[in-house]
Design a protein around this ligand. Structure first.
Ligand SMILES: Nc1ncnc2c1ncn2[C@@H]1O[C@H](COP(=O)(O)OP(=O)(O)OP(=O)(O)O)[C@@H](O)[C@H]1O
Ligand SMILES: [Mg+2]
Length: 297
């Protein structure tokens, strides 16, 4: 009910069973999480929030506010210095080091700088992600072309990263993150190196992935885009959560095209005819891409 939506944090105790009991649909729970780096820098301070399965959530805040710290803690690249993090019912502190790679298979990750393998083609970059997690040759043959189609890269299979635009490279890294269909996708500044119009395409792609049921968490300081998208926004400032606004009631019900239109209103309004022409070309490409399951939205 609405009551549990608006006051979840006060009634929760830090025990794992209690967390489960009160929020069985939570995929991510931060309970009083702090991270002080060895240098003494505070990355996060007493952060409490919970993200429900299937949500699309932005984490915003100025540079140095703690967004990447949240991502790194979720990836278990760092350990918190206080508090508790529970992902899909598992307390991360209880996962042994040797089990961490298995845990990470549940997470797709997209970074600002793409992190593609420079000496491998688009196809091989994505195939590699499947192979390292034990994907068979048959799975590679079946899944890689599918995901490359979903991400609009079918014509670039044999290109190398340095032959692609920034937006295309980011599409490859989204494809790679999603080829295993992880339940949780984390993106840290995925549009940080991209122009506004290309950013719209990437966000649209992340939204499309979200609509398949995957929980998506995006850290960004692109406030204009976030405002326009009307998704849940968690804001960090100096390591503390200072805002947690739920999305409007219609959020998550738009088709990916309506979603992109929402964003473009804001992002491209003041732009030149050159941008508008590209926007029309992109819209045409998106129309081709739109998966069938979106048609009935
Ligand atoms: N490995 C580290 N060692 C020491 N301090 C760190 C480390 N990583 C982050 N910090 C510090 O923690 C604070 C939060 O950093 P974080 O990277 O989480 O910020 P951010 O919100 O992601 O910033 P940006 O928008 O610039 O990416 C900063 O003061 C930063 O200097
Ligand atoms: Mg960061």
């Amino acid at each position: 009910m609405a009551a549990t939506e608006t006051q979840p944090d006060r009634i929760l105790l830090p025990g794992r069973e209690r967390l489960h009991e009160h929020d069985p649909n939570a995929v991510i729970q931060f309970r009083g999480v702090s991270k002080t780096y060895e240098s003494g820098d505070v990355g996060l301070e007493n952060a409490t929030f919970s993200i429900t399965r299937g949500e699309f959530v932005f984490i915003v805040g100025q540079t140095g506010s703690g967004k990447s710290t949240i991502m790194r803690l979720l990836l278990k690249e760092h350990e918190p210095t206080g508090g508790r993090i529970v992902v899909a019912g598992r307390d991360l502190s209880e996962i042994e080091d040797k089990k961490v790679p298995y845990y990470r298979r549940n997470l797709g990750v997209v970074f600002q700088d793409f992190k593609l393998l420079p000496n491998r083609t688009v196809y091989d970059n994505v195939a590699y992600a499947l192979q390292v997690t034990g994907g068979t040759r048959r799975e590679v043959r079946e899944k890689v072309p599918d995901i490359l189609r979903l991400t609009g890269l079918s014509t670039k299979l044999h290109s190398y990263p340095d032959q692609l635009s920034g937006g295309e490279q980011q599409r490859v890294s989204v494809a790679r993150a999603f080829v295993n269909h992880p339940p949780l996708l984390l993106a840290d500044e995925p549009t940080g190196n991209l122009d506004p119009e290309t950013s719209v395409g990437i966000m649209q792609l992340l939204y499309r992935i979200n609509r398949t049921g995957t929980t998506v968490v995006v850290a960004t300081h692109d406030n204009a885009m976030v405002d326009r998208m009307r998704r849940r926004v968690i804001e960090v400032s100096h390591g503390s959560i200072v805002r947690d606004e739920r999305a409007g009631s219609y959020a998550g019900t738009e088709s990916t095209r309506e979603f992109a239109a929402l964003m473009r209103d804001e992002v491209t309004e003041p732009r030149t005819e050159r941008f508008r022409a590209r926007r029309r070309a992109d819209a045409a490409a998106d129309a081709d891409l739109e998966p069938e399951r979106d048609a009935d939205a």
